[in-house]
Design a binder for this molecule. Sequence first.
Ligand code: ADE
Length: 239
Amino acid sequence: MRITILTLFPEMFESVFASSIVGRARANGVVSIDFVQIRDFALDTYKHVDDTPFGGGAGMVMKCQPVLDALASVRGSDSYCISLTPSGTPYTQDKAHVLAAKQHLILLCGHYEGMDARIGHHMDEEISIGDYVLTGGEIGAMVIVDSVTRLLDGAIREESTKEESFENGLLEYPQYTKPADYQGDRVPDVLVSGNHQKIAAWRHAQALLKTAAVRPDLLRKQQLSKEDENILAHPEEWQ
Ligand code: ADE
């Protein structure tokens, strides 16, 4: 997969994309990431990329011309163009899977008070990474690159992404590692029992109870089995 990031601040991405799984995926050719400096496409002497909003109001708005010329310089027939904005569609793990199947993602990072709305007419999609306002789209683009890259073939072991949070509509069950007793805080007995059926049942119950406690909105989207309803009605049996 190829990912192109249109930004005024390419240097923000350096260490994030050089480290860990994304860094390794780039080194192994699983993903290639390139940057376009939007300011390079400004036409005036002072390289302005923003201007005051029509109708008045606070702040500056990114202009169509430099942004759309930057986009045209990299857009191809297989490109899927996304603009990062707090007024976009909320980003989810399901969306990460959809994007991981694309050939070429172009991520446009807005700055200042926003972008000329006509830029949106050239996008396939506008995405928000959450209900808060960041100083620009760069951190959102990092979130998308990170979450998409780890789903690509060859980025990490496939089993690692099968049972994690959101993959079955639930949050992940709690995980533990050695020692079994850390300063009196003990790992649940079932996990050291060696009984794989019981361990699987316990993990499913924990995922269900955790989701009910902190993300009831996720649970409302699920078709619950009789067994699941029983677990939710008697959480004390799974402590
Ligand atoms: N730019 C500013 N805030 C944002 C958000 N919440 N998501 C994506 N891009 C943004």
